[in-house]
Design a protein around this ligand. Structure first.
Ligand SMILES: Cc1cc2nc3c(=O)[nH]c(=O)nc-3n(C[C@H](O)[C@H](O)[C@H](O)COP(=O)(O)O)c2cc1C
Length: 209
């Protein structure tokens, strides 16, 4: 089948993009409300796009009513947010944070997560998360139906056991984030495998070498 995205209506574009571009990592985004409450919401329109500068991007859409989500309003006001990666242990709590609570509800506490104050920004993160990135807004790109939030990572927390003995690389047996596929389908990274590229010389004829 072929789909002309220039002709498709937005709902079909959403269905096809989210059904086929995956798995997408999940950021549990924590921000501070104007009244000082912890807000938390999962976002799977999320990834890292640069290390120098260290930039992550979120895609946040408004509610069906057109109103901004609490996460977006808080980011706009404070220019700061934290991203916690999500593993199986906090997958249910992540879903609770995705429910549409009023802005005065502390969503970390509602989900049974333990809030800890961030080191460099005015927000908290759940200590149960395997790793957390503290971010400051680098720029916002506003489209009518979505805002792209480019965040510069200013600090990282990672649970020691998620790193190897030298503390440099990830321990794949210990750090196993989950990711979103389509709708309510998710995938765990507990079946990892090593894929090594063959040497380029294997593909070049002798006279070309
Ligand atoms: C796994 C998952 C991924 C989600 N990804 C996004 C996303 O990328 N962008 C978005 O706007 N909403 C996303 N949502 C929906 C928000 O989390 C939901 O609207 C939430 O209630 C917003 O909360 P807030 O008003 O506290 O910001 C996602 C929900 C789930 C469960």
């Amino acid at each position: 089948m072929e789909f002309d995205f220039t002709e498709l209506e937005p709902q079909s574009r959403y269905r096809l993009l989210t059904n086929f571009i995956g798995p997408r990592p999940i950021a549990l985004v924590t921000t501070l409300s104007e009244a000082g409450h912890n807000n938390a919401a999962p976002m799977s329109f999320f990834n890292v796009f640069s290390h120098d500068p260290p930039i992550v991007v979120l895609g946040i859409q408004p509610r069906l009513s057109g109103e901004e989500k609490d996460t977006m309003a808080n980011i706009r006001r404070t220019q700061e947010f934290a991203i916690s990666m999500v593993d199986m242990a906090i997958s249910q709590q992540m879903l609770v944070c995705g429910l549409g609570f009023d802005s005065e509800i502390d969503e970390l506490s509602m989900a049974g997560l333990t809030a800890k104050t961030c080191s460099k920004i005015a927000a908290s993160y759940p200590v149960e998360a395997p790793c957390v990135f503290e971010c400051r807004v680098e720029r916002l790109i506003d489209y009518p139906r979505r805002t792209l939030v480019l965040g510069e990572v200013v600090h990282m927390h990672v649970r020691r056991e998620c790193l190897d003995g030298d503390g440099r690389y990830v321990d794949p047996e210990r750090y196993q984030p989950i990711a979103r596929l389509h709708a309510d389908n998710y995938i765990a990274s507990d079946r990892q495998f090593v894929l090594t590229a063959p040497p380029i010389a294997d593909f070049i004829k002798p006279q070309e070498k």
